[in-house]
Design a protein around this ligand. Structure first.
Ligand code: NI
Length: 253
C-alpha cells in the first residue's frame, strides 16, 4: 500500500475539504503529519487521534524557533507521550530565509529536540534547506539516533553518509520536476531499502499537478517516478517503501 510519510494535513488549505482529501487517499495505508510549531503539533495529534491511518510527529521547524525555550520542550514531551506520536519533527536548519532565527538559535533547538527524541526512543524528521554541512555535522553527533532527511536535496556523498549511519532519505514531488536531474541521479544510487515516500502537501506538488495544492493521493506520482528511475516495478516500490515506513517508525499498519 502507498504511504505518505510527510504531509501537513493541519494546513489551512485543507480546512474546508479534509474529508474529500482523505477520501482521495483511499489507497494509502499510512499518512504522517509532522508539526512545525506547538499549535500545528497539537493539531497533528488531534487529527491522528481522529483518523486511524493518520499518525503525528511533533516538533518546532527551524523557521519557528524564534520563541523556542525550555517550556517548548516540556510541551513537546507531553504531546509525544501519546501512542500516535511516532517521531519528533519536523526539525532541522533552514538558511534560505534571511529573516529566519539565526543559525545558533536554530542549532540549539535542533540539538535539544534530537535529544528529546533520544530520550523518548523515537526517530526524528529533518528539514534541511541550504544547510547541508551543518545538518550532517549535527546528525553525526548522535550516531545511535536514527532520522529521515525529508525532501532530500543533498548530493550523493551526503546521501551515502546518511545511509551509512542507518538513516533514511525521503523523496517527494521534486523528484518529478523537469529540472531535478541531479536529485534523480542521486536517488538512483541509493538502495530502495533506505527511501521513504512523501508529498510534503500542500507544498511541492508533483507533475502533472505542479502549481496546484498537493495532497497525499499524489504520492502515487512520486512512486511512479521512483519506479522509472530505479527500473523496478511500481508495485515493488509501493510494497518496499511501506515496509521501510514500518521499520523506520516501528509501527504496524
Ligand atoms: Ni514539511
Amino acid at each position: 500500500m502507498l504511504t505518505d510519510t510527510h504531509c501537513h494535513l493541519d494546513d489551512q488549505s485543507y480546512q474546508n475539504d479534509l474529508e474529500e482529501v482523505l477520501k482521495n487517499a483511499y489507497n494509502l495505508g499510512f499518512i504522517l503529519n509532522p508539526g512545525c510549531d506547538l499549535k500545528t503539533s497539537q493539531v497533528a495529534l488531534n487529527l491522528a487521534k481522529k483518523y486511524p491511518k493518520i499518525y503525528a510527529a511533533v516538533g518546532i521547524h527551524p523557521s519557528e524557533t524564534g520563541n523556542y525555550n525550555i517550556k517548548t520542550l516540556d510541551y513537546l514531551n507531553k504531546l509525544a507521550q501519546d501512542d500516535k506520536v511516532l517521531a519528533i519533527g519536523e526539525i532541522g536548519l533552514d538558511y534560505h530565509y534571511e529573516d529566519n532565527p539565526n543559525p545558533e538559535i536554530q542549532k540549539k533547538a535542533f540539538r535539544d529536540q534530537i535529544e528529546l527524541a533520544r530520550d523518548l526512543k523515537i526517530p526524528y524528521i529533518v528539514h534541511d534547506r541550504e544547510s547541508h554541512q551543518d545538518i550532517l555535522d549535527i546528525i553525526k553527533e548522535y550516531p545511535n539516533q536514527k532520522c529521515v532527511v525529508h525532501a532530500f536535496s543533498g548530493d550523493l556523498e551526503m546521501a551515502k553518509e546518511l545511509i551509512e549511519m542507518d538513516n533514511y532519505l525521503s523523496v517527494g514531488g521534486v523528484l518529478t520536476f523537469k529540472n531535478a536531474n541531479d536529485l534523480r541521479k542521486v536517488i538512483k544510487e541509493i538502495p530502495i531499502e533506505k527511501i521513504l515516500l512523501e508529498t510534503d502537501g500542500p507544498y511541492l506538488t508533483p507533475v502533472p499537478y505542479r502549481g496546484k495544492r498537493n495532497q497525499p493521493a499524489y504520492v502515487e506520482y512520486v512512486a511512479n517516478t521512483l519506479a522509472r528511475i530505479k527500473e523496478i516495478p511500481v508495485e515493488t516500490i509501493v510494497t518496499r517503501t511501506a515496509q521501510n515506513a514500518r521499520e523506520f517508525f516501528e509501527i504496524e499498519f
